[in-house]
Ligand binder design. Structure first.
Ligand code: PLP
Length: 415
């Protein structure tokens, strides 16, 4: 029986089957009420980059809970937030030096958009629209929804309630880039910013583009003096093979949004980091020129302690080699699927393996989930996508079980 008291996300509660109950976790495993160990193929929505219950992260949270679990960041600072801000600044390129904390990815996107709008306002310009890309996904709150793909996105039913943005395909060819440029010039004076998920668009369909395409978009933005917002909530912290996806294109966005893997899948935390010229536009004698935002739990000390422990892992673990190995294993195991008539395309980048099917699996989603559970794996397809985003320290034998199950269940699927 489904529990109608606990309302689940993106779920038609009338027809959904009873969700599985998870009572514990360890390493790359989720442990069910019945005691079954499932390999988590998607790392709790891409957050769990070092597996579950990592002792170093657990210890950091425990110790912080005993000293200072939380304090308001209004008029107060604390060492964990200060340390984390300085470390993020050091990890990011150029003058991405000013760190504003929040709790969720959607909120980070909202803040980045608010920052961009107020950046122009503080200079006497009213620019309120954003350029965003087809297949993009930036979150579930209203401004974030407005920059998601308007058709493919989960939010098309709200379209009449959303601010109108400037949606366009990612310019992948020279020709498209010229059209894109001309179109941007036309709208230039109303554009507060251009928002993009660098290299991999996540929840909007796991589409990828090359570093060169990203670099060209950045160059156009710089030419036209437009703010570039990089939403690295999915791609940040090693997922694409480099610490940040922007690193592969040598791009410095004006604002970058981080979340998901920041606390290694333990506590909610997000960060919006701005370049110095953006930050400086808020410095003024006028109190109203200050950034008008401040979530209650921003910079939560336990979450910052968890993130500091995760950054320690990024400096001590051989994550880059591990992600490289995962990429090779995913390529070897999944690319042969492109020969299947059911498969449209296989895409692999870093620790992301995507099989795009010819048909939407919406009606067979439960069938797939059940088959994967029988294989001892937690994997949830969406749209026409079956994908895996393993933690970076997953045993290769377990990754092999995932890719074998993907191949087998696609083979057995009656379309
Ligand atoms: C998940 C995600 C978000 C939204 O983050 P939430 O924490 O779910 O609000 C925004 N942008 C990207 C690219 C994401 O992957």
């Amino acid at each position: 029986m489904i529990d109608h008291t606990l309302w689940l996300p993106y779920t038609q509660m009338q027809t959904t089957s009873t969700p599985i109950e998870i009572v514990a976790s360890e390493e790359e495993y989720l442990i069910t009420k019945q005691g079954t160990k499932l390999i988590d193929a998607i790392g709790s929505w891409w957050t769990s980059c070092y597996g579950y219950n990592h002792p170093a992260i657990v210890a950091a949270i425990q110790s912080q809970a005993e000293t200072l679990p939380h304090v308001m960041l209004g008029g107060i600072v604390h060492p964990q937030a200060q340390r984390l801000a300085h470390r993020l600044k050091a990890l990011l390129p150029a003058d991405l030096n000013h760190v504003f904390f929040a709790n969720t990815g959607s909120e980070a996107v909202e803040i980045s958009m608010k920052m961009a709008i107020q950046y122009w306002l503080n200079q006497g310009q009213t620019r309120t629209q954003f350029v965003c890309f087809e297949q993009g996904y930036h979150g579930d709150t209203f401004y974030a929804m407005s920059v998601c793909d308007p058709v493919e996105g989960m939010h098309h039913i709200f379209k009449n309630a959303l601010p109108k943005q400037l949606h366009t395909p990612i310019p992948r060819s020279k020709e498209n880039l010229e059209t894109f440029k001309t179109w941007l010039r036309l709208h230039k004076n109303q554009i507060a910013g251009v928002i993009i998920e660098p290299l991999v668009q996540g929840a909007g369909g796991m589409k990828m583009h090359t570093p060169q395409v990203l670099k060209e978009i950045d160059t156009v933005c710089k030419e036209l003096d437009l703010l570039l917002i990089a939403d690295e909530i999915f791609t940040g912290f090693g997922r694409t093979g480099s610490l940040f996806a922007i690193n592969q294109a040598h791009v410095v966005p004006d604002i970058i949004c981080l979340s998901k893997a920041l606390t290694g899948g333990t506590l909610p935390l997000a960060a919006v980091i701005a370049r110095t010229p953006i930050y400086e536009a808020f410095l003024s004698d006028n109190p109203e020129a200050a950034l008008m935002h401040g979530p209650t739990y921003m910079g939560n000390a336990m979450a910052c302690a968890a993130a500091n422990a995760v950054l320690d892992l990024f400096s001590t673990e051989a994550w880059q080699e591990n992600v490289q190995k995962i990429q090779t294993q995913l390529q070897n195991a999944l690319v042969p699927l492109s020969n299947s008539a059911k498969v449209k395309e296989v895409r692999v980048l870093g620790a992301i393996g995507v099989v795009e099917l010819q048909q939407n699996v919406a009606h067979d989603k439960a069938w797939f989930v059940k088959r994967f559970l029988e294989s001892g794996i937690w994997l949830r397809p969406f749209g026409n996508i079956i994908y895996t985003t393993p933690c970076f320290n997953m045993r290769s034998i377990n990754l092999q079980r995932i890719t074998e199950a993907i191949c087998k269940h696609i083979h057995d699927w009656k379309t």
